[in-house]
Design a protein around this ligand. Structure first.
Ligand code: ADP
Ligand code: MG
Length: 459
C-alpha cells in the first residue's frame, strides 16, 4: 500500500476502494496520488493510458467519492506523473505477472477491462504465430491474404473475417498473426484475442457476481476482437445471445471482428441471426496443405528451432501426415528429440522406428504387396520386374499403374511406395502417378482396365 499524503485524496481512495472490486481498484487507483494547485485537486496518474481509462470508466464514481470526502463539489484535474509508473508496473506485475505485457511502454496493450485472471489467460499472444512464419500454399493462400489485409487495416477491409478449417491447419496461428501485427503497427488499438471458452468462462464469472454490465462494457470497449473456435458456442444459448450482443455493439461502432471455427458458418449450430452475422463479411477456408507446403512448413520449423533433420526424414513426415500440421510438427519434434538424445545423425530407419505408431508402416506394406501381385498377374509379368528397372513399355506401364493404385488405395507415402518398388525415389512415383492420370483422362479403355484391376485387388 502506498502512502497517500493528501488527506482528501486518501479519503477518496478509501471510498473508491469500498465501491470497486479489489482488482479494479488496485489496477487503476492504487498508484495514484494528488496535490493541490489553487483550488483544483490534481490527481497524479502513472500514465496517459491510465488517465484515459479512468476518465472513460470511473469518472462518475470518482466525482462522487471526492464530493463525499470533501463534503462539497471540488474541481479536479489529472496529471501524468511518470515517477509513479514504476510503482504501477510493480503493482500490475504482482497481480498479473504472466498475463500483462509490460514492455518499454509499460502499458498493457491488450485490454480486458477489469483484468481478471481468467480473461487474461486468453491474452498473451504467441509471438511465433506471425505472418513471417506462416507458409503460404494453395490451401491457405486466400485465408492468409485476407488475414493480412485485416491486420493492415482493421475494420476497413473484411468485417467480420471468418476463418474455418479442420483442426491443426493454422487458424489459431492466423488469428494470433493478425493480433500481433496490429499490436506492433498500431499499438494504440485495443486488441483482444480470446478463445470461445474463455469468453464463456468470463461471462459465467460475471453473471455469478452480478457484473454483467462490466462484462459488456469490457468486451465492447475494444477495437479488434478475435474469437477462436466459435464452434464451442454450439448448444450454449445464453452464450450465443451474449456474443450476438457483443458482436452487434462492436460492429455498429465499426470495430473489427475475426472469428474462427472448424466448419463453415452455415454448418455451425447457432441461432440464425448470429449465423447470418458471421456471413456478413468474408468467409475463408483453410484446406489441408499439399506436399510442397507441408515440406516448407517443416523446414521452416527446423529453421526456427534450430533442428537438424535430414531431408529424407522431412519427406517421410510430410508424406505420411497429410491432414494435420500440428501432428506433423509433433512428429518432427519427436525425431529431433530422439536424435539429440542419442547424439546421432538421424537416419530414415530410425525416424521410422520412432514414428512407427503414427506411420503404421506394416499394414501399408502388406497392401502394396497385394497390389503388386495382382498388377503383375494382370500385365503378365513377374513381380520382380515390377520392382526392378526394366524399361520395356509393358513393364513400365504396369509399374506406373501399380504405383498409382498404391497411392489411391493405401495410406502409404510416396517414399514408402517408391521403396516398395525397389527403392525408387518419390519423384519417380509422382511422375508415374501423373502419367497414369493423364492417360486416364484421354483413354476410356485404359480407365476401365485400371478399374477392373482395382476391383480385383480389393476383392
Ligand atoms: P488450428 O487452430 O487450425 O487447429 P493451429 O493454428 O494451432 O491450427 O496450427 C497448428 C500448428 O501448425 C501450429 O504450430 C502452427 O504454427 C502450425 N501451422 C499451421 N499452418 C501453418 C503454416 N501455413 N505455416 C507454418 N506453420 C503452420
Ligand atoms: Mg486453434
Amino acid at each position: 500500500m502506498t502512502l497517500v499524503k493528501e488527506p482528501l485524496w486518501r479519503q477518496t481512495l478509501d471510498l473508491l476502494s469500498s465501491k470497486l472490486d479489489a482488482s479494479s481498484y488496485d489496477t487503476w487507483f492504487s498508484s495514484t496520488s494528488a496535490t493541490w494547485t489553487e483550488n483544483t485537486l490534481v490527481i497524479h496518474v502513472p500514465s496517459q493510458f491510465i488517465l484515459e481509462w479512468i476518465s472513460m470508466h470511473y469518472l462518475p464514481a470518482l466525482r462522487e467519492s471526492i464530493e463525499k470526502a470533501a463534503g462539497k463539489p471540488v474541481e479536479f484535474s489529472f496529471k501524468v506523473d511518470e515517477s509513479s509508473r514504476k510503482r504501477w508496473e510493480d503493482q500490475i506485475k504482482k497481480g498479473h505477472d504472466a498475463a500483462l505485457e509490460t514492455g518499454t511502454k509499460a502499458v498493457p496493450k491488450a485490454i480486458a477491462y477489469q483484468p481478471s485472471a481468467e480473461i487474461l489467460k486468453g491474452i498473451p499472444l504467441n509471438q511465433r504465430y506471425n505472418f513471417d512464419n506462416f507458409i503460404i500454399g494453395n490451401s491457405n493462400r486466400f485465408a492468409c491474404a485476407a488475414s493480412m489485409a485485416v491486420g493492415e487495416s482493421p475494420s476497413m477491409s473484411y468485417n467480420p473475417l471468418f476463418i474455418y478449417g479442420k483442426v491443426g491447419l493454422g487458424k489459431t496461428h492466423l488469428l494470433h498473426a493478425i493480433a500481433n501485427h496490429i499490436r506492433r503497427t498500431q499499438p494504440e488499438k485495443r486488441v483482444l484475442y480470446v478463445s470461445s471458452e474463455i469468453f464463456l468462462n468470463e461471462m459465467v464469472r460475471c453473471l455469478r457476481s452480478n457484473r454483467m454490465d462490466e462484462f459488456r462494457t469490457g468486451f465492447r470497449d475494444i477495437d479488434v476482437l478475435l474469437v477462436d473456435d466459435i464452434q464451442f458456442m454450439e448448444k450454449k444459448d445464453s452464450m450465443q445471445q451474449e456474443f450476438y450482443q457483443t458482436f452487434n455493439a462492436l460492429f455498429e461502432h465499426s470495430k473489427q471482428i475475426v472469428a474462427s471455427s472448424d466448419s463453415h458458418p452455415r454448418d455451425i449450430q447457432v441461432f440464425d441471426k448470429l449465423r447470418s452475422r458471421f456471413e456478413w463479411g468474408l468467409t475463408v477456408d483453410i484446406q489441408s496443405p499439399d506436399l510442397e507446403t507441408r515440406i516448407a512448413i517443416l523446414k521452416k520449423k527446423c529453421e526456427l528451432e534450430g533442428l537438424m533433420v535430414p531431408n529424407d526424414v522431412i519427406l517421410l513426415i510430410a508424406e505420411s501426415m497429410r491432414n494435420n500440421i500440428r501432428d506433423m510438427e509433433g512428429s518432427l519434434t519427436r525425431v529431433a528429440a530422439y536424435a539429440s538424445l542419442t547424439k546421432q545423425e538421424l537416419t530414415l530407419d530410425q525416424a521410422r522406428q520412432v514414428l512407427r505408431d503414427v506411420l503404421n508402416i506394416e499394414t501399408r506394406v502388406v497392401g502394396i504387396d497385394r497390389i503388386q501381385n495382382e498388377t503383375a498377374a494382370n500385365y503378365n509379368i513377374k513381380v520382380s520386374e515390377l520392382r526392378g528397372r526394366t524399361r520395356t513399355a509393358n513393364v513400365v506401364m504396369a509399374r506406373q499403374v501399380a504405383m498409382y493404385i498404391a497411392r489411391e488405395l493405401t495410406q502409404a507415402s510416396l517414399t514408402e511406395i517408391g521403396e516398395s518398388f525397389g527403392g525408387k525415389n518419390h519423384s519417380t512415383v509422382i511422375y508415374a502417378i501423373e502419367r497414369v492420370r493423364e492417360e486416364m483422362e484421354k483413354n476410356g479403355v485404359f480407365v476401365s482396365q485400371v478399374d477392373n484391376l482395382v476391383r480385383r485387388i480389393k476383392a
